[in-house]
Write a new protein. Structure first.
Length: 467
C-alpha cells in the first residue's frame, strides 16, 4: 500500500509512521517501534492481515479553526491490478480516501518550559530534534573540569566539552544538570577550598550566562540517588550544598531518589530541585512533607515501572497508560512540574530480545526511531500543558473572564475528573493486582473519556470568555 497525503496548508505537518514488531524480554512480539515511512511512502500488508499506520501531526503553527487532512491509500498490487491481461497497459490501483477533520481551538496551552522532562539523554545533534519535539528539556551533562597551574593555583575550568552543548541548546528553554563535584584542592570546608569554590562557581555562572543560561536554567547534580547509597553520600551532599549556598546562593542544587526521613530533613537545607520516584508523589508521609514544605521545585522520575507485569523493565509490551501516558497527568495531580524516565537510549540493542527494556527509542540509521511508549509520554505532556492553562484561567481573577459554565466544568475536571482517572488505577498497581485489572483501568476508553471532558472544558473556556 502506498500512502499519499494531499498538500497541507496553514502550517500543519503530518509524518506517516508504521509499527514494527520487535521481540520482548518475555519472548513475545510487541508492535512498539514506530519508524517513519521511507521515501516511497509504502507499507507492506500481508494477505488477510492488517498493519498499523501511525500519523504524527504537528499543529503547533496551525491557526484556530477547522482543518482537513486528506489521505489516499493505494493498493498498488490490489484486486484487478495483476489480474489484467498480460500485455502493456495501465491499471490504476484501487484507492481508499481518508479524511480527517480537525478543530484547532483558539486556546493557548502552557509553555513547554512550564513542565520538565529528563531521560538522561545526551544532547547530541542527531537526536536533539527528537528529544525537544517530545518535551525532553532537561539534560544531564558533565561539570567542567577544574584546572590548576604549576604553583597549585586554580586556573579556571575547562569548558571545551561543555561549550558545544551550550551552543547547541542556546535559546531552547532547557535546564542543564551539571553532574559531579569539582575536584578542588584542599580539604573540604577549608579557607582555600571555599575560596576556590567561589571562583569556580562565579566563573560557571558567568560562562553559563554568556551562553544564554541564567541560574534558573542550570543546577548542580553532585550525586545520583545519594539516599539509596547511605548517610556517607548524603552527608557529603549536604556539606557541599552548604558551601555552595555560602559561595553563591543563586546556584541551584538537584537531588533524585529516595531515602530516610532524616536524610531529607538534612538535604532540605540546600536542595532547590527535588526529584523523587514518581510513586512518592502520592505519599502523605513526613518525608514528602519535608519536600513540599520546602517550597522548592518538585519533579519526579521512573526507573521501577511498577505498572509492568511482572514488575520491572519488561516494557515493550506493557500497558502504556499507567507508567507512560498518564505520567505527566499524575505529576499534575500531585503538584509536581516534571517527570523523568530511565532512559532514552542507554543499554542493549532494543531491536532484539534484551532483558532490560528501558530505552524509549530505537537506534536508526540517521536518527532515533520512536516507540509507542515515547509517543505516549509526549501525549501526556501535551495534556499537562492543557490542564495547566485551564487551571491558570480558573485562577486568574478567580475565573472572572470565564463563564459560570466554564468555571464549573474546569473545577469538576480538576477536582474529580483527573483523580477519577488516576487514583483507582494507582491503588490497583500498588496492591499488585494483575495485568487484566491494570488494562481494565488504563485503556483507550478511559483516556478518551478524560480527554473528551478536558476538551469540553477548553471549548467552554474559549466560548465563555468575558471581556
Amino acid at each position: 500500500m502506498r500512502v499519499q497525503i494531499d498538500s497541507l496548508t496553514n502550517g500543519i505537518v503530518v509524518i506517516p509512521h508504521r509499527s514494527v514488531g520487535v521481540p520482548t524480554s518475555l519472548g513475545d512480539v510487541a508492535w512498539d517501534a514506530l519508524p517513519e515511512l521511507d521515501e516511497t511512502g509504502t507499507l507492506a500488508i500481508p494477505s488477510l492481515a492488517s498493519r498499523e499506520l501511525w500519523l504524527d501531526m504537528d499543529l503547533g503553527a496551525a491557526k484556530p479553526g477547522e482543518h482537513q487532512i486528506k489521505l489516499r491509500l493505494q493498493a498498488l498490487n490490489g484486486a484487478g491490478v495483476l489480474d489484467a491481461p498480460r500485455h502493456p497497459h495501465t491499471v490504476p490501483p484501487p484507492e481508499t480516501g481518508v479524511e480527517i477533520a480537525l478543530h484547532v481551538a483558539d486556546f493557548t496551552i502552557a509553555g513547554a518550559g512550564d513542565f520538565r522532562l529528563c531521560t538522561w539523554a545526551a544532547p547530541e545533534e542527531a537526536q536533539l530534534p527528537d528529544l525537544l519535539a517530545h518535551g525532553n528539556n532537561v539534560f544531564a551533562v558533565s561539570l567542567p573540569e577544574v584546572k590548576y597551574d604549576g604553583q597549585g593555583q586554580m586556573a579556571g575550568a575547562d569548558y571545551s566539552k561543555l561549550d558545544p552543548i551550550l551552543k547547541r541548546l542556546k535559546g531552547k528553554d532547557v535546564i542543564l544538570l551539571l553532574m559531579g563535584i569539582p575536584a578542588l584542592h584542599g580539604e573540604s570546608g577549608s579557607a582555600a577550598y571555599r575560596g576556590d569554590l567561589k571562583k569556580f562557581l562565579d566563573e560557571l555562572v558567568s560562562q553559563m550566562a554568556g551562553a544564554g543560561f541564567d541560574t534558573k536554567h542550570f543546577a548542580l547534580y553532585p550525586f545520583d540517588e545519594p539516599g539509596g547509597i547511605g548517610w556517607s553520600l548524603v552527608n557529603q551532599l549536604v556539606e557541599f550544598g552548604k558551601l555552595v549556598r555560602a559561595a553563591n546562593p543563586d546556584v541551584m542544587m538537584y537531588v533524585d531518589g529516595g531515602g530516610e526521613f532524616s536524610m531529607f530533613q538534612a538535604m532540605s537545607s540546600c536542595i532547590d530541585i527535588w526529584c523523587p520516584s514518581i510513586y512518592m508523589l502520592a505519599e502523605k508521609t513526613p518525608l514528602m512533607d519535608v519536600v513540599r514544605k520546602s517550597g522548592k521545585m518538585l519533579w519526579s522520575y521512573n526507573c521501577v515501572y511498577a505498572y509492568s507485569r511482572p514488575v520491572g523493565p519488561n516494557l515493550k509490551n506493557m500497558n502504556l497508560v499507567g507508567d507512560y501516558r498518564a505520567a505527566a497527568l499524575f505529576a499534575f495531580r500531585h503538584n509536581a512540574t516534571g517527570i523523568g524516565f530511565w532512559c532514552y537510549n542507554q543499554g542493549g540493542d532494543p531491536w532484539g530480545r534484551i532483558d532490560l527494556e528501558y530505552m524509549l527509542v530505537y537506534p536508526g540509521r540517521t536518527k532515533p526511531v520512536p516507540s509507542r511508549r515515547w509517543e505516549a509520554v509526549r501525549e501526556g505532556i501535551d495534556d499537562y500543558r492543557i490542564l495547566a492553562a485551564l487551571r491558570s484561567a480558573l485562577a486568574e481573577d478567580r475565573g472572572a473572564k470565564l463563564s459560570a459554565d466554564a468555571r464549573n466544568r474546569i473545577k469538576r475536571l480538576l477536582e474529580a475528573g483527573l483523580s477519577g482517572m488516576l487514583d483507582g488505577s494507582f491503588d490497583e498497581m500498588t496492591r499488585g493486582l494483575g495485568r487484566n485489572v491494570i488494562d481494565a483501568s488504563n485503556n483507550d476508553a478511559t483516556v478518551g473519556a478524560f480527554r473528551r471532558e478536558m476538551f469540553e472544558c477548553v471549548q467552554a473556556a474559549t466560548m465563555g470568555r468575558t471581556k
